[in-house]
Design a protein around this ligand. Structure first.
Ligand code: F6R
Length: 243
């Protein structure tokens, strides 16, 4: 696990965007694993800037998002479909057919999750997976005590996650209590992973993920077993490391 400590959110976003952009330049038909949330918005902005300078071509990439809320309409402003369109997809030349999101409104979630995982395998696996981290150590929506063997499936969200994400909704009662999430197994099969964290509220999870034991209680700790992980953290998120 390589840890890169940067000054602030802006620098974290730029570093991540450079890694992401290099991946596409070196392999134009890369399969990219994407995350939503406040942490990744700056990285997407940077990528849109690079694209605007004619320095990046997304026409051959395929993307797979980590998660989507259960039973939210795609055009609901809180859905991750909406987030991705607004913050990234609408601003670059990615092909709509190459965008993959977990289906939160499926009639048959088990079948569609299996198809999601199979499509990733059929495309040769994820070349680069971008992750954020929850204050409770979750990655994707794999909450504490997750099964490390799990693939994409329907999951229950923890109270802490529902509370954290309620900042985007009118009230906490509107936050879905379930989501469809890529599993730890799927994430771990990615060839390269970058995990981003910014802010003091992530410091404890980062410290435990880096220095603690590998346990389902802290899902991000599994990343210690992956051979190519870069963790990019700002000073606040890194503040409990090396103490
Ligand atoms: C979202 C996701 C989550 C977030 C995490 C941090 O697709 O996979 O694991 O990365 O909840 O969210 P923010 O960035 O909003 O603090």
């Amino acid at each position: 696990m390589k840890i890169v400590i940067v000054e602030n959110y802006e620098e974290m976003s730029k570093r991540a965007a450079v890694i992401f952009a290099s991946q596409i330049v070196l392999k134009p038909d890369s399969v990219l694993g994407l995350a939503t949330g406040s942490t990744t918005i700056g990285m997407y902005k940077e990528l849109i800037n690079i694209y605007g300078r004619d320095a990046l071509d997304f026409s051959k990439v395929s993307t797979f998002n980590l998660d989507e809320y259960y039973k939210l309409d795609e055009d609901n402003e809180q859905s991750y479909n909406y987030f991705m369109n607004e913050n990234f997809f609408n601003h670059v030349n990615i092909k709509r057919d190459n965008i993959n999101m977990p289906n939160g409104k499926s009639e048959d979630t088990v079948r569609d999750c299996a198809r999601y995982d199979k499509k990733i395998v059929d495309l040769g696996g994820i070349d680069l997976q971008v992750l954020g981290i929850g204050a409770n150590g979750h990655i994707g929506f794999n909450e504490p005590n997750t099964n490390f063997e799990a693939e994409t499936r329907l999951v229950e969200l923890e109270k802490q996650t529902i509370k954290a994400n309620s900042r985007f909704f009118n009230s906490i009662g509107e936050v879905p209590t379930k989501a469809v999430s890529m599993g730890i197994k799927t994430i771990m099969q990615s060839k390269k992973i970058i995990l981003l964290a910014s802010g003091i509220e992530k410091a404890d999870a980062i410290e435990k993920a880096v220095n603690g034991k590998i346990t389902p209680e802290l899902p991000a700790s599994i990343l210690n077993l992956h051979k190519d992980v870069i963790i990019i953290v700002d000073r606040d998120a890194a503040s409990l490391l090396n103490k």
